[in-house]
Design a protein around this ligand. Structure first.
Ligand SMILES: Nc1nc2c(c(=O)[nH]1)N[C@H]1C(S)=C(S)[C@@H](COP(=O)(O)OP(=O)(O)OC[C@H]3O[C@@H](n4cnc5c(N)ncnc54)[C@H](O)[C@@H]3O)O[C@H]1N2
Ligand code: MOO
Ligand SMILES: [Mg+2]
Length: 436
């Protein structure tokens, strides 16, 4: 008799998996390789930025007191006693009625308290010495970029767990991080199972298909921030698959298998979990696609048994595996961000299970519009290429109509959200359906 599996709610499944989330260690990488990584420590300013008062313009550094009374009819003359470009420092103290020619970025000379731009002075020679003629008063602190105006010493610049984008790289460089502390990427093993699977460079044969899931998951692991390790594809043979899974599981932080997880004659993952003495957290979820998604745990390490059906595999990864990878990376928002959008076309098929429909999000007249893409079947692969969202259609007895408000999960977003927010949005969306 075939095993009758009892489906659990999506949120319950997420919570069960999340109980086994762990955060990884920190390592150092050269700053050039830090893009897309997650910061491993809080970044605290050990000096102010800028580190000294400096000129924001090409001009002359002056003492404002010397300019008092300056006007069109009463020009002020200051002797130019030096010249500094960015990177140079004027070594003397500027005295009464003196000025220093200064370029953008150069440190304000001692004694000066303002800068006048090149364009507003006239350079003249008096007594065989260079002078400037100034026909206005200058106020104290005019045109000075002050030490610490960008960042105060001791300020927290960026928190541990921040995604390193080009702006974060600029801040890291400002504070001298040639080597950057980052969260170590979890090693995520990938195993594809199925006697029907061809290698990518093999010609099609009767009854066989190419293995797309392994490469899809490989990219998903990278997008999530993990380090994918592909162990290959294996025919549906219990002993071979068991050996491969057992061996790979020892070497990785997280293991993903695809296929062989349902109730078929050649679906060997359930037997493999048993042989491994792994604790199966669930093997049926009230969702479509991906209802067969199974997650098991052994000594706190997670094994994701994703479906063989491409779209089911994809959704299972994004809902369950991604947050585990992001948590490992210390990301404070490990879940994909959810937003509200307007459904762009009817989706009439009712289903008791929650649906995660591949969709495309676009802006239309200032509104977010979520439109289902391609054929909505779990064995479909082509719609995945177009999808940048999953449209969450809570299970029920009715279909959905164009114009209804729906929750969407943003697949390419980096900001993410927390477990609480992720789960909450779904509940809200359920309510609006019931009353709507
Ligand atoms: N009697 C039942 N049959 C099925 C049930 C069920 O509840 N009772 N569930 C169905 C659902 S839902 C899904 S989803 C699939 C899940 O199947 P498995 O996870 O066991 O995966 P396989 O049987 O190995 O393969 C399913 C399908 O996917 C293709 N596949 C597999 N691996 C790959 C790959 N690496 N790249 C591309 N495509 C792949 C495979 O050829 C099959 O067509 O079970 C239903 N059946
Ligand atoms: O696990 Mo299946 O994807 O619901 O068709
Ligand atoms: Mg199967």
């Amino acid at each position: 008799m075939v095993e009758i599996r009892k489906p659990i709610k999506v949120n319950e499944a997420i919570s069960r998996v999340f109980e086994f989330s762990i955060a990884g260690e920190v390592e150092h990488v050269p700053i050039e390789q830090s893009y897309g990584r997650f910061l491993g420590e809080d970044l605290i300013a050990d000096h102010p930025v800028p580190p000294f008062d400096r000129s924001p313009y090409d001009g002359f550094a002056v003492r404002s007191v010397d300019t008092v009374g300056g006007s069109r009819t009463n020009p002020i003359y200051l002797q130019v006693v030096g010249e500094i470009g960015a990177g140079s420092v004027f070594s003397n103290t500027v005295q009464e009625n003196e000025a220093v020619r200064i370029m953008t970025g150069a440190q304000i000379p001692e004694g000066c308290d303002a800068v006048v731009m090149l364009e507003v002075v006239k350079e003249v020679w008096m007594d065989n010495k260079p002078h400037i003629e100034l026909k206005r008063e200058v106020r104290e602190n005019d045109n000075i970029s002050f030490a610490g105006e960008d960042t105060k010493k001791g300020a927290i610049l960026t928190k541990k767990g921040t995604y390193i984008n080009p702006g974060v790289a600029a801040v890291l460089a400002t504070f001298g991080y040639k080597q950057v502390p980052v969260s170590r990427k979890p090693k995520v093993g990938i195993i594809a199972t199925g006697s029907e699977l061809l290698e990518l460079d093999e010609a099609l044969q009767p009854g066989k298909i190419r293995n797309s899931n392994a490469y899809m998951i490989y990219s998903q692991v990278m997008r999530a921030g993990g380090e994918p390790i592909y162990y290959g594809q294996f025919s549906d043979d219990l002993d071979t698959c068991f050996q491969q899974v057992q061996e790979a599981f020892r070497k990785v932080d997280i293991l993903i298998t695809t296929g062989g997880v349902s109730v078929g004659d050649y679906d060997f993952l359930p037997a493999i979990y048993e042989r491994l003495s792994a604790n199966v957290l669930f093997n049926k979820i009230a969702m479509r696609p991906g209802s067969v998604t199974t997650v098991a745990e052994k000594n706190g390490k997670l094994l994701f048994g994703l479906s063989g059906n491409p779209s089911a595999c994809y959704v299972g990864f994004e809902l369950f595996t991604r947050p585990i990878i992001r948590t490992y990376l210390h990301a404070f928002h490990p879940f994909l961000k959810k937003e509200k959008a307007i459904l762009g076309s009817d989706f009439k098929k009712a289903n008791p299970f929650d649906r995660f429909v591949r969709g495309h999000l676009s802006f239309q007249e200032g509104k977010l519009v979520a439109t289902p893409v391609g054929l909505d079947k779990s064995n479909v692969v082509s719609s995945l290429a177009e999808a940048n969202i999953l449209i969450l259609l809570p299970g029920g007895t009715r279909g959905y109509e164009q114009g209804m408000e729906v929750a969407v999960i943003l697949l390419e977003d980096q900001e993410g959200t927390t477990l609480d927010n992720f789960v909450q949005t779904e509940i809200n969306s359920r309510r609006s359906q019931r009353h709507g």
